[in-house]
Design a binder for this molecule. Structure first.
Ligand code: DP6
Length: 330
């Protein structure tokens, strides 16, 4: 290929209702359990990949500053796969911004790698399907495979016969009129990244085997509740999945909860006791995401905003998958 090209992409984060936690194959990054998420309008990454023949190595600017050596290495690893497939050895300038705190457990790796995968394929001129791009993203960060698609999205836990594993849409964004209220409890970088948190859980938790046995059942039931549009059941299973995942992690000493996490979880339980459907889910960070019907969002939001330690609440709703916003060159 000749001449510099660029592509600019937007991708939304996603929040897993049925959690992925643990790897079947760490080197190929294959999840140990299936997961199901909502792609969320309201938590967005914008990434530009520009090929530059003058560069000797890739560069990665995240939110206006040079990304860490580790983030750059993960970026180059994905770009190397794209370079190999496209036949172009050219290095790239990657710039990315999040409209939410980076690496704070707010799923920035999900939207980040989804955006990078699509932008890189587009800039290097690969005419890949969304499934192929999802498989590429999954190899860098499994949750990001789901952000290529909009609405409600699943990711399995087995490679297909051809050695790939892509996410797929279960239902479009309008399938269920829900909101996810993201209760931000810290603006800081999280202490244990999800990859190492799940590896420690697998190594040390006496409950990891129980999680592996239980998670596929939760996933199946949750998928059924979603297809039936049964929000009550979906909510209960969402909270059950998060609690089971964290119970297995906590038993290995991997604790993401802080005081405000527990206080927000309690506020959600009290909302339910008072007759308002609201369910909590937590990822590899201290934030609490609350699932509720759109019609209940104003009330739920006003309650969780008052929880001591909840700094702010971001209201999100089911959104679109990753998309190219501009492309061309040089
Ligand atoms: C708790 O996708 O960040 O958010 O594949 O190692 O990059 P790697 O892990 P990552 O893990 C996400 C874990 C989770 C649950 C989920 O999103 O399913």
């Amino acid at each position: 290929m000749s001449g510099a090209r660029f592509a600019e992409v937007e991708a939304n984060a996603n929040i897993a209702l049925a959690k992925y936690w643990g790897k079947r194959d760490a080197s190929a990054n294959v999840p140990a359990v299936p997961s199901l998420s909502i792609t969320l309008a309201g938590l967005r990454t914008r990434t530009r990949v520009a090929l530059d023949p003058a560069l000797e190595r890739d560069t990665f600017d995240l939110g206006g500053t040079a990304a860490s050596a580790d983030a750059l290495a993960r970026t180059t690893q994905m770009l190397d796969r794209v370079r190999e497939a496209s036949g172009s050895p050219m290095r790239a300038r990657v710039t990315s911004t999040n409209d939410f705190p980076t690496a704070s457990g707010l799923a920035s790796s999900a939207s980040g790698f989804a955006a990078l995968a699509l932008a890189a394929c587009s800039a290097y001129g690969l005419a890949w399907t969304t499934e192929q791009i999802s498989d590429l993203a999954r190899q860098s960060s499994a949750s990001s495979a789901r952000s290529l698609f909009g609405g409600f999205v699943e990711l399995g836990s087995e490679l297909a016969a051809d050695g790939t594993l892509a996410a797929k849409q279960v239902a479009p964004p309008k399938h269920l009129d829900v909101r996810v209220l993201v209760c931000v409890t810290s603006e800081e970088k999280k202490d244990v990244a999800s990859t190492s948190g799940m590896l420690t859980t697998a190594k040390k938790s006496p409950y990891y085997a129980a999680w592996l046995a239980h998670a596929p059942n939760l996933f199946r039931e949750l998928r059924g509740a979603l297809l039936e549009q049964n929000l009550e059941k979906l909510g209960e299973l969402t909270e059950a999945s998060a609690l089971a995942m964290h119970a297995s992690a906590i038993a290995a000493g991997v604790v993401y909860f802080t005081g405000p996490t527990l206080a927000a979880m309690r506020a959600v339980r009290e909302l339910r006791a008072g007759g308002t459907g609201a369910w909590a889910t937590m990822d590899a960070g201290p934030h609490v995401k609350v699932l509720c019907a759109a019609s209940n969002a104003p009330h739920v939001s006003s309650v969780v905003k008052q929880v001591p330690g909840v700094l702010r609440v971001i209201e999100t709703s089911p959104g679109e998958g990753a998309r190219v916003v501009s492309r061309g060159g040089p």
